[in-house]
Design a protein around this ligand. Structure first.
Ligand SMILES: [Zn+2]
Ligand SMILES: [Zn+2]
Length: 103
């Protein structure tokens, strides 16, 4: 299993909660691959994934990253993911691998 290039997560560190300054401890931590579908394997390979709490992943509620109809978290994570990738590798490689600019 690859390591996330976005954060060095500890047991209860939800990437989105931390981003919004919420330090309360939540459960149900799950791994979210930033670029899903056919790009899920590439997300795994390059560490483009984050740990999210139950509020942000899995419940399909208003704050779930998989509800792009209700919030902008999916796009936000794609931007963060692309930036992290480009810091580690390059913009050219990102375009070559994912074929789309999210910034
Ligand atoms: Zn969270
Ligand atoms: Zn997910």
């Amino acid at each position: 299993m690859s390591k996330s290039i976005l954060h060095d997560y500890k047991k209860f560190d939800c990437y989105l909660c931390r981003m919004f300054g919420d330090y309360s401890i939540k459960g149900g931590m799950q791994e979210h691959h930033i670029f899903g579908g056919p790009n899920r394997g590439l997300s795994e390979k390059y560490g483009l994934k984050v740990k999210l709490c139950f509020k942000h992943h899995g419940q399909r509620g208003p704050d779930d990253v998989h509800r792009p109809d209700l919030n902008g978290y999916s796009d936000l994570l794609k931007q963060k993911g692309q930036r992290a990738f480009e810091e580690k590798y390059s913009h050219e490689l990102f375009m070559e691998v994912f074929g789309k600019n999210y910034l």
